[in-house]
Structure formats: C-alpha cells, structure tokens
Design a protein around this ligand. Sequence first.
Ligand SMILES: Nc1ncnc2c1ncn2[C@@H]1O[C@H](COP(=O)(O)OP(=O)(O)OP(=O)(O)O)[C@@H](O)[C@H]1O
Length: 235
Amino acid sequence: MTGKGTIVLRDLSASYGRREVLRRVTAEVPAARITTVVGANGAGKSSLLNVIAGVLPVSSGSVVTGGCGRPAYVTQHSEVSDSVPITVRAAVTMGRWAHRGPWRRLTRRDRAVVDDCLARLDITSIADRRLGVLSGGQRQRALVAQGLAQQSDLLLLDEPSVGLDLPAQARIEEALQDAGRDGVTVLRVTHDLTVAGRADHCLLLSAGTLLAEGPPNTVLTPERVATAWGVPPIH
Ligand SMILES: Nc1ncnc2c1ncn2[C@@H]1O[C@H](COP(=O)(O)OP(=O)(O)OP(=O)(O)O)[C@@H](O)[C@H]1O
C-alpha cells in the first residue's frame, strides 16, 4: 500500500514512439514535501512529469500516486495562448474549473481561493492585466497560482529554463513551501541547482535513467552533477 500523497515509481519506462525516454526508473517521491527533478536538457525530466500526469503512457513498470486525485500540472506551455485576451485573474480562475466545470457559476469559496492564490504569489495588483503582456516572472507566478487554485493533493511543475528574478523565485518557493505544509506533494522540474538544493528531496536524471535520489546534499555532489551534465567536476 502506498502512503497517501507518496508517488512510487517502479522500474518505470516510457517512450515517444520508438524512442525510449525513461528507462527503468525506480524512485519514491515523498508525500507533502517538495521534490525537484534535475538533469541536463533532454534527460527526461518533462517526460517523467508527463507520465505521472498521465499524459505519456507507461510502457513498462508502474506509477502509483497514493490516494492523490487528478494532479495539478503547471507546464511551460500554458493552455491559454498569448493571443487570447485573458486576464491573470481569469487564468487563475480556470484552476477552479477542475472542481466545478466551466459551465457552473463560481461560488464564494471559488472566489476566495482565487484571491488567496493571487495573494500568495503577490500578483493581486496585476490581476486585471492580460496574461500575454506579462514578464516571464509574472507569467510564471500566474501559472503557479493557477496550479495552486486547483487545490490538488499533487502539484507538478515544469519550470522554464530562463532565469526568474529573485523576488519571483522567492514568491514561488514560499508558495510551494506553504503548499507542502498544507499536505500537497510538490514535484518540480528545475534547471536551477540552488533551487534544487533547497528542496526536501531530489531526483537526478541522466539520459532517461535515474542517477540518484535522496536529500539534495547527497544527490547533487560535484561528481554526480558532472556526470549528469557530461562535464568535469567543479569543487
Ligand atoms: N513529443 C515528443 N516526441 C518525441 N520525442 C520527444 C517528445 N518530447 C520529448 N521528446 C524527447 O524525449 C527526450 C526527453 O525529453 P524531455 O523533454 O523529457 O527532457 P527534459 O529533461 O525535460 O529536457 P529540457 O531540460 O530540455 O526541458 C528528448 O530526447 C526529447 O527529444
């Protein structure tokens, strides 16, 4: 039996057509904690999230998401195109559709959750701006707010590789830590090893295989990082 909120991957493989992108990955993502997935470009980070989200089928092995309902999935490619004139508030409100469907009226509770998520990411003051005109950091915060608004037990985040400014980073991290304290299992792909180093748990991928997992200080050693990126170690 998998504990509530824990994700167990056993010998997991997955492919795009004939191209195998995950190879026999065995790992455990702890419940109500922040876990980061790191690795070089093309290592399979997004593919791993896609499998857990049910977007990419498992070709062998298994994924068990203990008791989590449908995950909230924040991808780099928002479901809303920039050409659609949608406001930040409307985008975050879409997160509530997971609960109520787009055809039902918003309840007072829905509105309160949206307001709370806007505040947590410090984007209340830009709630009426169009998503398409935001800076990278503002947009990412809006997408994280949309993910949080779904109030799922499992939050998957595939973060952009472009650097966010420090306030945006800090806001996102604080919001995710709060979510973890509220019992949400957070799994985030990051390209930032400093961010990865502050997580509770870390999965290091290399060419579709799991190189290491555990607390970041044991996983992100200079040797392992060098192996994962194919460069000499920096001490
Ligand atoms: N839709 C797709 N169809 C075919 N191959 C794909 C598809 N998406 C990704 N791949 C391939 O799967 C492999 C893993 O890609 P993935 O996006 O999971 O890596 P990643 O670690 O997230 O990379 P990045 O850091 O560049 O975002 C790559 O070789 C990529 O070319």
